[in-house]
Design a protein around this ligand. Structure first.
Ligand SMILES: [Zn+2]
Length: 272
């Protein structure tokens, strides 16, 4: 699938006040030049981020210089290694609001940081994958596929934040605009993106994901997600997909007999 720059489309259409992209040094120079050619202001920062702490360049782009510098200043605090949960929650909220994410979704994100990253409930000892916790918190019986933010590794998404609920009206209002922009500006890629986001998805407590087919209360097939067509899968996803095929479900999307806390089904195929 050709990569769709949904955030760039949103920024240029004026529906997003700013954006943040991480890239290697060469990629960052290209990205900065591209946004400057659109008339945006750009600020840069250097940091080690992500699962492997690789050195990256952070590019902040906004319609005003103040906007770009404000984004950089908000994230600057988050890059300090020994930050208290309280400060992390505060500056994460600040950055999220400056990126134009809905207040309810930003507040929910900050609440999870205060609860203790990876904890399903306040006071829990065990920690789990943050996306799993967010998906559990935001679980609804009829999640909206346009809010599916669980395929970022496969570069499939409309929104670039975690919604507070998988039917959050404020998040959906943004997703609808982004969907329209994608259809207008990346018409060839839109059907592939829609297909990927609309597949029922299971996420496990360690963050593994699988695309599944269900019949009533049973998973009847599961496969690791991949960038379509023909992208690579992640080994961890392949292993979990195998173990989840044939699992039964309860009424809240928990896979039964797959350990605790249970993997969750998000059935993005229920269209509205
Ligand atoms: Zn929300």
């Amino acid at each position: 699938m050709p990569s769709i720059d949904t955030e760039g489309l949103a920024l240029r259409a004026g529906v997003k006040p700013g954006l943040r992209i991480s890239a290697d040094a060469l990629g960052a120079a290209d990205i900065a030049a591209r946004y400057q050619s659109f008339g945006c202001f750009v600020a840069l920062a250097h940091a080690r981020i992500g699962r492997d702490r690789r050195p990256q360049v952070l590019v902040y782009a906004a319609p005003t210089q103040q906007g770009a510098l404000g984004l950089r200043a908000a994230e600057h605090h988050l890059l300090e290694p020994h930050l208290s949960d309280r400060d992390r929650a505060f500056f994460t909220r600040e950055l999220g609001l400056r990126l134009g994410y809905p207040t309810c979704c930003v507040d929910a994100f900050a609440e999870r940081i205060l609860r203790g990253s990876g904890r399903l409930h306040a006071g829990d000892r065990d920690r789990h994958d943050d996306d799993y916790i967010a998906a559990s918190d935001g679980w609804v019986a009829r999640p909206d596929w346009r809010l599916n933010s669980l395929l970022m590794r496969q570069r499939a998404r409309l929104i670039s934040f975690t919604p507070c609920r998988l039917d959050c009206p404020a998040a959906l209002a943004q997703a609808v605009v982004l969907h329209r922009l994608v259809r207008e500006h990346a018409a060839a890629a839109a059907p592939v993106l829609e297909d990927m986001l609309q597949r029922p998805l299971v996420i496990g407590r360690a963050g593994a994901r699988a695309w599944v087919r269900r019949i009533d209360d049973r998973i009847c097939a599961a496969e690791a997600p991949r960038e379509l067509p023909g992208g690579a899968t992640e080994a961890e996803d392949v292993d979990h997909a195998r173990s989840w095929a044939n699992a039964s479900l309860d009424g809240h999307g928990h896979l039964l007999g797959a350990g605790q806390p249970a993997p969750r089904l998000l059935d993005f195929s229920i269209l509205r």
